[in-house]
Ligand binder design. Structure first.
Ligand SMILES: Cc1cc2nc3c(=O)[nH]c(=O)nc-3n(C[C@H](O)[C@H](O)[C@H](O)COP(=O)(O)O)c2cc1C
Length: 406
């Protein structure tokens, strides 16, 4: 029989210490987020549905994205125990410069639509943390403004190349003049993917006022207030000379691009050149033959071709085919630091993350992006230590097995 007694006040006192109240609402919301999935859940509540779906969604049946994420769920690590991992170091050299973590921020269009702090916030977190930031051609902050907001960040510029070379050449020159050291040419967009959620939500960019958006305004007053009281949303790098959004997208996604265009760009750009959206070993070899310094194995976060190859599964064969001729980067489906390490163990130089930081941005602006990086960084360091290695460079394919039965 257990003997009961009354607790003494001195025993209760330490249990009753309330956590200090956090006055900043964003900070309060973010404090309890422990994973990227938690940030996604906050983002979903904080932004209009059409904006959340534009970010979260993918093309057609969204199989490319689901399969890419499932591939990471198939990863099984092979750890080594009884090694001193007290000094484990998650940094990694990416395209000739050390980054504090083995990932970079992927280019994302319309970033100020997700949160009014937009590209500047993301770039400034990249600067603070010491990882590369990629600005999109479809960005809503200019090349120069991002450089001013994050002058010592490592800045990359993502380019859509279209037939009319003039504007593209201008962008390349502006990126070079503003100190961007890497150009990333996206090649998986001969035409736009079928984003069914956007069609169903009637998404327009910038969002327009309709009965539906009016009702939404009542549900997300902060988002609308911020949209209407800050710099108007527009494609900053493309200026207004390019007509309507549809006309511009049709011009920017050029179905007539070929390997000759990669060679042309190689001549026009003296920094590092990454080709983004490579989905076969043969294409990886061809673009490296044309002068690329790196390939980014990617299916555009599942937003272009549905039923596309799973980028993680292409890593090993691509690394084998390229050897040390070029670096192999990978994206699509990364939602955990362990995903990044699995890709690196299989031979990738680094991973890129898109939605993971956008969920943070939507959940709480710059603070939310910081939180996303803190979560990923914690997961990376802890997983490295639990695998039993002291640095990212020590990871080998033998550390990873892709399970076939869940
Ligand atoms: C909202 C959004 C906008 C994007 N815009 C661009 C873009 O303008 N240019 C580009 O090359 N890729 C774009 N991407 C693709 C990302 O660069 C990256 O390939 C993808 O997000 C990786 O998958 P993840 O979101 O699962 O990390 C976009 C992705 C998202 C989610």
């Amino acid at each position: 029989m257990v003997q009961r007694r009354l607790p003494r006040p001195s025993e209760l006192r330490p249990l009753l210490r309330p956590a200090p109240f956090v006055w900043d609402a964003d900070e309060r919301r973010l404090r309890r987020a422990a994973s990227i999935a938690d940030l996604r859940a906050i983002a979903r509540k904080r932004t209009p549905r059409a904006v959340f779906d534009y970010t979260d969604g993918a093309a057609d049946g969204e199989l490319s994205l689901q399969r890419a994420r499932r591939a990471y769920a198939r990863v099984e690590f092979s750890p080594t125990v009884l090694r001193d991992v007290s000094e484990a170091d998650p940094s990694r050299e990416i395209l000739g410069q050390r980054a504090s973590l083995p990932f970079a921020f992927a280019p994302t269009g319309f970033t100020r639509m997700m949160h009014h702090e937009g590209e500047r916030a993301v770039a400034s977190v990249a600067q603070e943390v010491g990882i590369p930031y990629t600005l999109s051609t479809m960005g809503t902050t200019t090349i120069e403004d991002v450089a001013e907001a994050a002058p010592s960040a490592r800045r990359w510029f993502q380019l859509y190349l279209w037939r009319d070379r003039g504007p593209a050449k201008d962008l390349v020159e502006r990126a070079a003049a503003a100190g961007y050291d890497t150009l990333m040419l996206t090649v998986d967009t001969p035409v736009g993917g079928a984003r069914l959620r956007d069609v169903r939500n009637g998404l327009t960019i910038p969002p327009t006022l309709s009965l539906r958006t009016f009702v939404d305004g009542a549900l997300h007053p902060n988002w609308w207030f911020n949209l209407l009281t800050t710099e108007p949303l527009r494609f900053s790098s493309l200026e207004s000379t390019y007509g309507t959004v549809e006309e511009m997208i049709n011009r920017v996604f050029d179905p007539a691009l070929t390997m000759d265009d990669v060679a042309w760009l190689r001549d026009a750009w003296s920094g590092k050149l990454v080709i983004k959206g490579i989905q076969s070993v043969d294409d990886a070899v061809r673009v490296v033959d044309a002068g690329a310094d790196a390939v980014l194995l990617s299916n555009h976060g599942g937003r272009q071709l549905d039923r596309a190859p799973v980028p993680l599964e292409l890593v090993e064969p691509t690394v084998q085919a390229l050897g040390d001729r070029a670096e192999v980067l990978v994206d699509t489906g990364v939602t955990h630091g362990a995903d990044v390490l699995a890709a690196v163990a299989l031979g990738a130089r680094a991973a890129l993350v898109g939605r993971a930081y956008l969920y943070g941005l939507m959940a709480g602006g710059r603070l939310g992006v910081e939180k996303a990086v803190t979560i990923l960084a914690g997961e990376i360091l802890r997983t490295l230590q639990l695998i039993g290695v002291n640095s990212v460079d020590e990871l080998r394919p033998s550390h990873v097995r892709l399970r076939t039965n869940g």
